[in-house]
Ligand binder design. Structure first.
Ligand code: DSN
Length: 421
């Protein structure tokens, strides 16, 4: 009803949402952890399901009135099990960090040792980084990548694990451009008696779509957000194969860490998983990787220094040091030109995290818009033009940014983003 519409009730917020929609439509989204969800996922998110409390799990709740919610959550769980080939799924974690915290609560005591990839090497805060509760309340030990290859050295990981005897090992992270060797991590975890957690937040859509090996059968628990390459709402899931691990995880999520699940998000996760089970999604996942490889090749041909020399997945991490410019000013200039990335530390970075040497790029969003290899080559050229101009001269950079911004808007007008009107 018109009198209840957002525009009437709160025109200020309505206008801001419209402005953000316009911004998203006009921008080339290259943030590796973002995507565009479908109209169906958006529709499920904005529903009356937000009105309902459902502490507990399907069939065992602490509030009445769960006749419908139980069916929605059960459907989301079944779809997660089918898409990822797991025996158990918990679709309630509010997002990736709470999901990972639940793993600690399930398997560790405060002070126990956790091993994860260091944040500047591509790990996540919750893998035991010092500023995170996981680094303060547990004993973190870290692995990184080799300086010469930019890749994880599994011999080094094994050495650290044998020395430190962690109870929990995380593999996966937020800025890893290469395939994660789940079987090798599983062997190391088994050797030291650790629980292996695969954090596939970034690559979940690629795993679901068959474009990255699956951790199933190797990792004891799998953690993922649902909104990155998987293209669902802001949320998370935890998955396990064994009953024992699943029971520990379920108890940790509720009542260990969380209260009522966000039922509107659960429904949207179910919709996203329904979409992820299609052949169309498999094509998308394959294209995400092809696009990342094409963009990486273009950038390398233009003299950019890519960590590990390229990519196997959706993600590119570049060190801008050879271009004579920091990651932050580069990301800011690219954003002004309509190319949205984030500044990021690179392995062995000598600069601070708030002003690091690199930028991180991802191809999930552009692939969801239907862009392909030709567009990736164009985007690589634009990035080069903006960064090179910025490194040379501020005035010249202004002209280049204005020109590229116009060209970006022309390109985006031919590739409507899913979910946007
Ligand atoms: N913030 C996410 C990312 O951008 O990778 C990780 O939590």
């Amino acid at each position: 009803m018109a009198e209840n519409s957002l525009h009437v009730v709160d025109p200020e917020i309505a206008e801001l949402i419209k402005a953000e929609e316009r911004r998203q439509a006009d921008t080339v989204k290259l943030i590796a952890s973002e995507n565009y969800v479908s109209k169906a996922v958006l529709a499920a998110t904005g529903t009356v399901l937000t009105n309902k409390y459902s502490e507990g799990y399907p069939g065992k709740r602490y509030y009445e009135g769960q006749q419908v919610i139980d069916q929605i959550e059960a459907l989301a769980i079944e779809r997660a099990k089918a898409v990822f080939g797991v025996n158990h799924a918990n679709v309630q974690p509010y997002s990736g960090s709470p999901a990972n915290l639940a793993i600690y609560l399930a398997f560790l005591q405060p002070g126990d040792t956790v091993m994860g990839m260091g944040l500047p090497f591509g790990g996540h805060l919750t893998h035991g980084w010092s500023v995170s509760a996981t680094g303060k309340w547990f004993n973190p030990v870290r692995y990184g990548v080799r300086k010469d290859t930019g890749r994880i050295d599994l011999d080094e990981v094994r050495e650290i694990a044998l020395r430190e005897r962690p109870k929990l090992i995380f593999c996966g992270g937020t800025a890893i451009p290469r395939t994660i060797d789940f079987p090798a991590f599983a062997e190391i975890a088994k050797e030291v008696g650790a629980v292996l957690a695969a954090d596939i937040a970034h690559i979940a859509g690629l795993v679901a779509g068959g474009a990255h090996p699956s951790p199933v059968g190797h990792a004891d628990v799998i953690s993922t957000t649902t909104h990155k390459t998987l293209r669902g709402p802001r949320g998370a899931m935890l998955m396990a194969t064994s009953d024992e691990h699943a029971t520990a995880i379920n108890k940790a999520v509720f009542p260990g860490l969380q209260g009522g699940p966000h039922n509107h998000t659960t429904a949207a996760i179910a919709v996203a998983l329904h979409e992820a089970a299609t052949e169309e999604f498999r094509d998308y996942a394959r294209q995400v990787v092809l696009n990342a490889k094409a963009l990486a090749e273009e950038l390398i041909s233009r003299g950019f220094d890519l960590v590990s020399g390229g990519t196997d997945n959706h993600l590119i991490l570049m060190d801008l040091t050879p271009k004579g410019i920091g990651g932050k000013p580069a990301a800011q200039a690219l954003d002004k030109a309509g190319l949205e990335t984030n500044y990021n530390s690179v392995p062995f970075d000598t600069r601070k995290p708030f002003d690091p040497s690199g930028i991180r790029i991802g191809t999930a969003g552009v692939t969801s818009r239907g862009m392909g290899v030709a567009e990736m080559r164009q985007i690589g050229a634009w990035m080069d033009q903006v960064v090179s101009a910025l490194a040379k001269d501020e005035d010249e950079a202004k002209h280049v940014i204005t020109r590229v911004h116009g060209e970006v808007r022309e390109l985006t007008s031919h590739f409507p983003a899913p979910g946007l009107s």
